[in-house]
Design a protein around this ligand. Structure first.
Ligand code: MG
Length: 385
């Protein structure tokens, strides 16, 4: 069986910590090559003592110095900033990079790993949303693989194994619908950030929880799916499935379907992305078919969830449009959480920013990051900042 050295980027966040749990469960298969975090140097110091990585990176020089002071005796290479993240990605002799960096900073790391021929277990959504074509091109040129950690694209990846691409008619992403499923448009005007942060089935960070409630998160997954599997957008559908038990399905040319079902536990897709093409044991309690029933499915009404059409529109516009969509949404969600934009206004606001920004070809990472920055200032101008 395989033995892999893993670079864990975003190691002090939720996905990063669960990835280290998976490493701990499989000492014969996995070891830590490097760790990268934002500013939580205290937790990172504990992780360094436990995992003995050869390279450790933090966002700033001051947190890197604080880590060095805490670690006297231990001697990994301590680096910081954008350069540090690149070193943690490419210079620790990793076989796979688990990229759970939050936000646009993760994009450069994904691109660098693939350009060095290193496989990526991808939890950083922005990589594919902002630069899907470039990322998949870099993977292909360097014969590296992108394995999705995001649970729905990961479920699709598992459903598609051993299936001829030509026999697949449709990929169907499931969406929980978030905490406001069944609410009327009028009720949605009164949603508070506290309400919106109570996700019914998954425990996640604030932005992805709000994005799950608007279904923009599912819109981003349409974009991820389009690039990961190279399928036309019209062959990707979304269905509301409030229980989050079936994580996605594929429909074949004979009309039959293959569904992936499992507990809502991120360690499963993380482990799958690290172990592929092997399958390893896991201590997670399996799904109880009886107590998890009934499994229900509802149409994702286009009027109720304009985020889905908006994501498809951005894909159709192409170039930097999906990067603009992502940037506008991030600003809108932050404004909602600060009480400066109502819940019902989030998606119309994002649509307005997308309309107001010029799109260009997305030829390289720099162009995409420039479009991201321009969209953020345009969004802030709309907010009156
Ligand atoms: Mg997901």
């Amino acid at each position: 069986m395989a033995h892999k050295r893993v670079a864990v980027l975003g190691s002090t966040g939720s996905v990063g910590m669960q990835a280290l749990d998976v490493v701990a469960q499989h000492p014969g298969h996995l070891e830590v090559a490097s760790l990268a975090a934002g500013s939580n140097y205290e937790l990172l110091a504990d992780q360094v003592r436990k995992w003995k990585p050869s390279v450790v990176s933090l966002a700033t020089e001051s947190s890197a110095n604080a880590l060095r002071n805490l670690l006297d005796g231990e001697s990994p290479e301590i680096v910081w900033g954008d350069t540090g993240l690149m070193l943690a990605t490419t210079s620790a002799d990793a076989d796979v990079v688990l990229n759970a960096v939050v936000g646009a900073a993760g994009l450069a790391a994904t691109h660098a790993a693939l350009s060095h021929g290193i496989d990526v277990a991808l939890a950083n959504k922005e990589s594919l949303v902002m630069a899907g074509e470039l990322i998949m091109e870099a993977a292909q040129i360097n014969t590296a693989t992108v394995l999705p950690v995001d649970s729905e694209p990961n479920a699709l990846h598992q459903c598609l194994r051993g299936t001829e691409a030509a026999t697949v008619r449709r990929l169907v992403l499931t969406a929980s619908g978030g905490p406001f499923l069944g609410w009327s448009g009028k009720d949605l005007d009164h949603v508070t950030p506290e309400h919106a942060l109570e996700h019914p089935t998954w425990k996640m960070g604030p932005r992805i929880t709000i994005d799950s409630a608007t279904l923009m998160n599912k819109g981003f997954e349409i974009i991820e799916t389009r690039w990961l599997f190279g399928v036309p957008t019209q062959n990707i559908d979304v269905v509301i499935h409030p229980q989050s038990v079936v994580h996605s399905l594929i429909e074949l040319v004979d009309g039959s379907m293959i569904a992936y079902a499992g507990p809502t536990d991120m360690r499963l897709p993380i482990q799958d992305a690290l172990s592929y093409p092997e399958r390893w044991t896991q201590g997670i309690e399996p799904l109880d078919l009886v107590s998890s029933a009934p499994w229900t499915f509802e149409q994702a009404e286009p009027e109720r969830y304009p985020a889905l059409a908006l994501a498809r529109q951005a894909l159709e516009m192409g170039g930097t449009a999906p990067a603009i969509l992502n940037a506008a949404d991030e600003v809108a969600v932050a404004a909602f959480l600060e009480g400066r934009l109502s819940f019902a206004r989030i998606i119309p606001f994002v649509a307005k920013v997308l309309e107001g920004c010029d799109t260009t070809n997305a030829d390289n990472i720099e162009t995409i990051l420039e479009a991201d920055a321009a969209a953020r200032s345009e969004a802030k101008r709309h907010l009156g900042e």
